[in-house]
Design a protein around this ligand. Structure first.
Ligand SMILES: [Zn+2]
Length: 301
């Protein structure tokens, strides 16, 4: 920090967490786009909501105005403008837990003042994609027709189901949950592992070097351990290993080469099995060396 000089900053940030501080102040952790994670104080934020309004709600994307002060570790938060707020859409328990998972991982994983634009963009994409299951259920209707080809560009399928003489078939609860919560969260956790350099190679057994996706293999399931690096074949699986099915390994590769919006827009997103989600979260937890509170809430459902 410059000697004896106040430095004003103005830029995009995501609110990660707030704590009560002194009598009426809030301590706020922010992931800023230009300067990474920054902590600061919002004076009188508990009493007067005029300057900050709902902008201090965790997961809010803001334009933050703050000032670095000489000899002070904490910045002074001056004013926030909301660019996107999680509160503009319905918040149910699951959506809240999913939003919290993103902010909790960023809070735990990002070192102070380490800039990472890829992670910033990932977080924004995922936060704005997480929806309440009720919102997704209300907007998703899968047309049921006799046509064997489901092509979103096909003229037949652009007609309303009743005009096709078919019946509208609502997405199943499992599909709705995948679209609203599980796909964005799995996408976030896998990409965080990759961007942090924590993603194990899934193609080879860490013990014997066997090519695990070899099509001639009878069992392409891979095994991972919450306490060890890499994945293994069945024969070399370690104590307390868990399985990751061949289908889930394929899904990992698909997630790494497809934007989240495209995955969500696919008319029939596969229902994600729990093994992939558990693997993605456990890999994060192993490197963070702690359990994620929000993941526990997410799995309670
Ligand atoms: Zn092996």
């Amino acid at each position: 920090m410059a000697e004896g000089r106040q430095i004003p900053h103005h830029g995009e940030a995501i609110v990660l967490r707030t704590w009560p501080f002194h009598e009426a102040d809030l301590l706020v952790s922010l992931f800023t786009r230009e300067h990474g994670k920054v902590k600061g104080t919002a004076r009188h934020a508990m009493k007067s909501r005029k300057r900050f309004g709902g902008a201090l709600e965790p997961a809010t994307h803001v334009r933050a105005h703050y000032t670095e002060r000489p000899h002070q570790e904490l910045v002074r938060l001056d004013q926030f403008e909301i660019l996107w707020s999680p509160l503009t859409a319905p918040v149910d328990t699951l959506r809240l837990a999913a939003l919290q998972l993103v902010t909790e991982v960023l809070e735990e994983a990002m070192p102070d003042q380490a800039t990472d634009d890829n992670i910033f963009r990932l977080a924004l994409t995922v936060l704005t994609s997480i929806q309440s299951t009720a919102s997704v259920a209300a907007s998703t209707v899968i047309p049921s027709t006799g046509c064997p080809i489901f092509d979103p560009g096909c003229a037949i399928h652009t007609l309303a189901p009743e005009r096709m003489g078919g019946e509208a078939q609502a997405a199943s609860p499992a599909q709705t949950l995948t679209q609203s919560i599980y796909l964005p969260i799995t996408y976030f956790c896998l990409w965080m592992n990759r961007l942090m350099g924590w993603m194990p190679a899934l193609g080879h057994c860490a013990a014997c070097g066997l090519h695990l996706s070899d099509p001639t293999l009878r069992d392409q399931t891979v095994y991972w351990s919450p306490t060890a690096d890499g994945v293994t074949c069945r024969d070399d699986r370690r104590p307390q290993s868990r399985a990751l099915s061949a289908a889930s390994v394929t899904e990992v590769h698909r997630i790494f080469r497809t934007p989240l919006a495209d995955l969500l827009a696919e008319s029939r997103s596969p229902v994600h099995s729990a093994d992939l989600r558990i693997f993605a979260i456990a890999t994060l937890e192993r490197h963070l060396e702690r359990r994620l509170r929000s993941a526990t809430a997410l799995f309670a459902h």
